[in-house]
Design a binder for this molecule. Structure first.
Ligand code: FES
Length: 97
């Protein structure tokens, strides 16, 4: 879900849509938006699982401090998705750590 019209910020401006692949599934995202925003817009809220208990983690601080949103992006682990912008064709995977 995306907020398309906000009472203070106004309407969401049109931006370029791109495809990303998340755990093998192709999804639409807006180029330049944080990966975490794209995932939540596609109803994905689990970004990683803890190593020992496999508990789900997702968006928490939103400013790159807590590491709860870390995922594997284009083969690189520990990418904080709340501060990493979407680019065309990105491959994103749930991380277990
Ligand atoms: S949500 Fe805390 S670092 Fe991304």
């Amino acid at each position: 879900m995306r907020i398309k019209k906000h009472p203070i910020l106004g309407s969401l401006e049109k931006k370029k849509e791109v495809n990303i692949v998340v755990d093998g599934k192709m999804l639409k995202a807006i180029e330049g938006e944080p990966i975490a925003s794209a995932l939540m817009a596609n109803k994905i809220i689990t970004f990683r699982k803890t190593r020992i208990t496999k508990e789900p983690r997702g968006y928490f601080c939103g400013i790159g401090l807590c590491t709860d949103c870390m995922m594997i992006v284009n083969g690189v682990p520990n990418v904080r998705t709340c501060i990493t912008p979407v680019t065309k064709g990105m491959k994103i995977e749930t991380q277990t750590v």
